[in-house]
Design a protein around this ligand. Structure first.
Ligand code: HEM
Length: 448
């Protein structure tokens, strides 16, 4: 039996305590889970070719807590800064002066954020020597290789919804198979051995699997799963964030003011021939306005479907008193987007309000109500419970760094400022960050 719930905060609290996430179930009874009709196992198998192991979830959480949160984020922020600037400044080339360049906004944002995120997590090409030339050559290889990978990733991205639903046609299946093999090979343990700057998040997870004698080809497949989880959402979210800012001048000017003040406070300035911006983790903690704009963007454009396997018979009691008896083996799906666009919780819910998550005193707003009751879960772009996105702090940082650098280095505007914001492509409903149903052109040029 499958139940879909409109998520209310009470229902979700009771769900979280009594229903284990599917990945936790994997570890509970490995053999049973592997051979059972476990939805999530089948999905991971079909989409990534990976067989989950015992304690899978625990290892993921340990590595994520260590490297994608708290102090681990200092290192990741630096890596992301280095790669983002390399890619963004390279894309305007040298000697072009202040010439406008035109591009699809979705294509641009997804490309840059994917490649910078990928290089920061999976590492850079190792220079063949110590000279400047070798370093530049290694950078060139990174640029080319990450772009090639992005192009292939987008092909898989487009097949993904039908692949996950198991309804790909024969041609699509062949193409998905080709792409899977390409990713396994590109991200293979063997190729990773010769890279520099591999993040602790990746190397720890590789090491634990090697120590547990997981076969190398299976480790390669796991790397593809990590690539997917880490790079499929942030690029599309960066697109929506930049687009909303461009379509809402008051939001853009508030964010710009905040960014300029933070740079000034840190004694940094973009000037011709000057040093690159050095945006630290601490600086990124002082941006309440940008934080609210990010939260608002995710509220409007992140549409996950959270599916849980029921591990014991239970009754779910909804906020309105309605009861559902569900059995061990059933599946329950929660669709939090309905809360995201509930007008009682978020008035005028389809409008982007950059300060929706700000109190009058500039602090973060967390008080949202339904039927007079304060909600715990008023926005859930990252999911909830044990499988809540472990990359959420890193992802938020990536989005903020990207906006910071766009505002600092470039003038940019929509080619047609009156063009409407595209609709979301509903074929991806349930798969996290939404894509637009068409791209929208913009232009950009160096400010200095
Ligand atoms: C805007 C960007 C992102 C969004 C909206 C997002 C959203 C989500 C959602 C909704 C889930 C499922 C949660 C659940 O089932 O309860 C998830 C899982 C996950 N995310 Fe993210 N994510 C983003 C970026 C990232 C990044 C940058 C990383 C890693 C660097 C990451 C790593 C993961 C992993 C490993 C899981 C699986 C967690 C598990 O099964 O325990 N995500 N994410």
């Amino acid at each position: 039996m499958e139940i879909f719930l409109q998520c209310s905060s009470e229902a979700f609290t009771s769900l979280s305590s009594q229903i284990r996430c599917l990945s936790a179930q994997w570890s509970k009874s490995q053999e049973q889970s592997w051979t059972s009709q476990n939805f999530s196992d089948q999905l991971v198998e079909r989409v990534f070719g990976y067989h989950p192991m015992e304690n899978e979830h625990k290892f993921l959480q340990t590595a994520s807590t260590k490297h994608l949160m708290g102090d681990g984020l200092v290192v990741m922020t630096q890596a992301m800064m280095y790669n983002l600037q390399n890619l963004m400044l390279h894309s305007v080339g040298s000697g072009n002066g202040k010439v406008w360049q035109e591009s699809g906004l979705f294509a641009y944002c997804y490309n840059i954020v994917f490649r910078a995120g990928y290089l920061s997590l999976f590492g850079n090409e190792s220079p063949k020597g110590t000279g400047k030339e070798s370093v530049e050559k290694a950078k060139e290889i990174d640029l080319q290789h990450s772009n090639d990978l992005f192009c292939e990733f987008r092909k898989y991205d487009q097949l993904f919804p039908n692949l996950a639903y198991g309804v790909l046609g024969p041609r699509g299946k062949m193409e998905a198979e080709r792409l899977k093999r390409l990713f396994w090979s590109t991200l293979s343990v063997q190729k990773m051995r010769v890279k520099d700057n591999i993040s602790g998040w990746i190397s720890d997870q590789q090491q634990v699997r090697a120590e547990l004698d997981m076969q190398e080809f299976m480790q390669d497949r796991f790397m593809f799963l990590l690539l997917w989880a880490s790079q499929g959402n942030t690029g599309p979210s960066a697109f929506w964030l930049l687009l909303y800012l461009m379509k809402h001048p008051e939001a853009m000017s508030a964010v710009r003011k905040e960014v300029e003040e933070i740079l000034k406070e840190a004694g940094q300035e973009v000037k011709p021939g000057g040093p690159l911006i050095d945006l630290s983790r601490d600086m990124l903690l002082k941006t309440p306005i940008l934080d609210s704009a990010v939260e608002e963007t995710l509220r409007l454009t992140t549409v996950p479907l959270l599916t849980r396997g029921v591990v014991q018979d239970m009754t779910i009691i909804m906020a309105n008193g309605q009861e559902y008896k569900i059995r061990e083996g059933d599946r329950v799906s929660v669709f939090p987007y309905l809360v995201h666009i509930d007008p009682e919780v978020h008035p005028d819910p389809l409008t982007f309000k950059y300060d929706r998550f700000l109190n009058a005193d500039g602090s973060r707003k967390t008080d949202f109500y339904k039927d007079g009751k304060k909600l715990k879960y008023y926005s859930m772009p990252w999911g909830a419970g044990t499988t809540m996105c472990p990359g959420r702090f890193f992802a938020t940082n990536e989005l903020k760094q990207f906006v910071f650098l766009m505002l600092s280095y470039f003038d940019f505007e929509l080619t047609n400022p009156n063009e409407q914001i595209p609709d979301i492509d509903i074929r991806r409903w349930g798969f996290g960050s939404m894509h637009p149903d068409r791209d929208i052109q913009f232009r950009y040029r160096p400010r200095i």
